[in-house]
Design a protein around this ligand. Structure first.
Ligand SMILES: [Zn+2]
Length: 318
């Protein structure tokens, strides 16, 4: 039997259940929805989680589409899933856990005796570190963003090559290969010797069906390429950015973008203009470096200094 929380499955079976992580303010048990798909044949273990950031719902869309398609009688190895990690943030459709105002993906590997987020991180990290591969499904929050996969361990990490190969197998087309901030699962996993990626499935309010489909395809690519399912994924070349330039607004007003997401931009190319409400030009912002137009704010109105867009830089293919 393989067990995760109250989910328990013998070889060739699957089960869903709940992984307890404490109590809510009214004393109700807080338990994350989880699943065990225990393959009929021996193989590796894959751990997958979604909604570590509570407003990033595309990953929940991926899980809810992938799990019903997994047949444990055809699977080699085991798939462990936590479908909604940031329980409290998910309830109120916010990014951060409102109990401790913390971003979950800065709390790994967590602490059993810590804050609300640290305890949830610890419980899910315990599950994740039972696996040989970790997929932490994210998105560019509610900003507009391309579908990409992040390798966060840093290019000098001993598991960098394995993480980069996993990102290529997932196959969104774009990879951000840049060491992430402390507390990310995609850093804590490789530190435990487990290849980990952070697929960033677009960016939207609610669900984006194209990005969800990219995530579903990515999970199945990994399941095939790593021997959980028959067939191979034949990974394709990925466009990789090793840096990330962020642009803020030099003035208050309304943003008009001159570049489209995933478009190549050259140094000096116009990225966006700021106008006043009557269309009068206030500022023009050009790219400092060449790269791929990667992410933008969703709302057109900006204050001076407010985030506008990002360009992935130092681009190559692999
Ligand atoms: Zn996220």
């Amino acid at each position: 039997m393989t067990t995760l929380g109250t989910a328990s499955a013998a070889p060739g079976e699957m089960d869903t259940g709940r992984l307890e992580v404490g109590e809510a303010r009214d004393g109700t048990t807080v338990a994350l929805p989880c699943a065990v798909i225990n393959g009929a044949f021996d193989g590796q273990t894959l751990y997958m989680q979604a909604a570590s950031d509570g407003d990033e719902l595309n990953g929940v869309g991926v899980v809810s589409r992938v799990v019903p398609q997994l047949d444990p009688t055809e699977l080699s190895g085991t798939v462990l899933v936590v479908g909604i990690v940031n329980y409290h943030a998910f309830q109120v459709a916010e990014h951060r856990n409102p109990i401790d105002d913390t971003k979950m993906n800065r709390a790994y590997p967590g602490d059993d005796n810590g804050t609300s987020s640290e305890r949830i991180a610890a419980a899910t990290f315990d599950a994740a570190t039972r696996a040989d591969i970790i997929l932490d499904l994210h998105q560019g929050s509610t900003s507009r963003m391309i579908d990409e996969v992040r390798v966060r361990c840093g290019r000098r990490h001993r598991l960098h090559d394995e993480c980069l190969q996993l990102a290529k197998t997932f196959g969104c087309g774009y990879v951000l290969d840049q060491k992430g901030p402390e507390g990310q699962l995609a850093r804590a996993g490789p530190d435990e010797g487990i290849p980990t990626i952070d697929p960033e499935l677009g960016g939207c309010v609610g669900w984006d069906e194209e990005s969800i489909q990219a995530g579903v395809d990515g999970v199945f690519n990994v399941l095939r390429e790593y021997g959980f399912l028959s067939g191979s994924a034949s990974p394709e070349r990925q466009t990789r950015a090793k840096g990330f330039d962020q642009y803020g607004s030099p003035a208050g007003g309304l943003v008009r973008f001159e570049a489209d997401l995933s478009e190549r931009v050259g140094a000096g190319d116009l990225l966006f203009e700021i106008t006043d409400p009557f269309g009068e030009l206030k500022a023009r912002v050009t790219a400092n470096n060449s790269g791929v137009f990667w992410r933008t704010r969703r709302l057109p109105q900006v204050a001076t200094g407010e985030y506008v867009c990002s360009v992935g830089t130092n681009v190559d293919t692999y």
